[in-house]
Design a protein around this ligand. Structure first.
Ligand code: 0L1
Ligand code: MG
Length: 247
């Protein structure tokens, strides 16, 4: 079942075609969901992609309450998802992409539990995450979204800054004429808490946190649809990150 469902999710991503919720036809527990995620990621790696980091989801109280869970979810990001700042991004490769303003951290050393995770981080940046659930109409259960690598699809990182406190910073994300604003404190009350939450889940799920990895700490606002045209995310004190979506 694990490989069959991973194949289905991987095919949905490759063909940019949605698929029904796995929960419609399968009973999957959270352990199996992370196994499916691993099998999905393994397919990307087998095609030559490389792991570049990890991402967190469900980092706002509102989203946890909506999903009826009390734990963040963790997915994997690869170089195949990475886009360069100010580049043109072909959004036709996605099914129904949305964007989220995020804080990105960079690991300078492996996280092995010997020192606090904060001391493994050397840089922080404004980032935009592109999420693209492989499920029809973004309709999924908690285990569905874990299996689907937490909707990971793309990301753009702004200029790296020296690691420091980035809580209570205002956030603005613009996609054409659509705009959403918020604060970095929406990420678990302080984005630094995403680091400890990540370490705990990663340890339990056997997810490695390696030197050089990017950590996408979670959304600071609700996601908004990614449409063709300019996208810019600005975070107070961290500057801006932007790209242009083209269809
Ligand atoms: O990165 C995220 O916060 C999204 C997690 C998955 C849920 C979704 O696709 O909305
Ligand atoms: Mg996100």
């Amino acid at each position: 079942m694990i490989e069959e469902l991973a194949e289905r999710l991987d095919g949905a991503q490759l063909n940019a075609e949605d698929t029904p919720s796995l929960a419609d036809t399968h009973e999957i527990d959270i352990d199996q969901a992370y196994e499916i995620q691993q099998a999905v990621v393994d397919r990307r790696l087998a095609r030559g992609e490389t792991l570049t980091g990890v991402k967190l989801g469900f980092t706002s109280e509102a989203k946890m309450a909506q999903m009826g869970v009390s734990e963040v979810i963790v997915g994997r990001i690869t170089d195949g998802m990475a886009h360069v700042q100010d580049s043109l991004i072909d959004i036709s490769r996605y099914i129904h992409p949305k964007v989220e303003p995020e804080i990105a951290y960079r690991l300078a050393r492996d996280v092995d539990g010997s020192v606090p995770i904060e001391s493994c981080v050397d840089a922080v940046a404004a980032a935009v995450e592109i999420i693209d659930s492989r499920y029809r109409d973004f309709r999924f259960t908690y285990t569905d979204v874990v299996a689907d690598n937490t909707s990971a699809a793309g990301y753009v990182i702004g200029p790296w800054q020296e690691f420091g406190d980035v809580n209570n910073r205002s956030v603005r994300l613009e996609v054409g004429s659509a705009e959403v604003t918020g604060s970095t404190s929406a990420i678990l009350g302080d984005p630094a808490r995403a680091l400890t939450a990540l370490e705990e889940v990663a340890k339990r799920r056997g997810i490695e946190l390696r030197a050089g990895y990017v950590i996408l700490a979670g959304a600071a606002t609700a996601a908004i649809p990614l449409t063709p045209g300019p996208v810019e995310c600005r975070i107070d004190g961290l500057g801006a990150v932007s790209f242009i979506g083209e269809s």
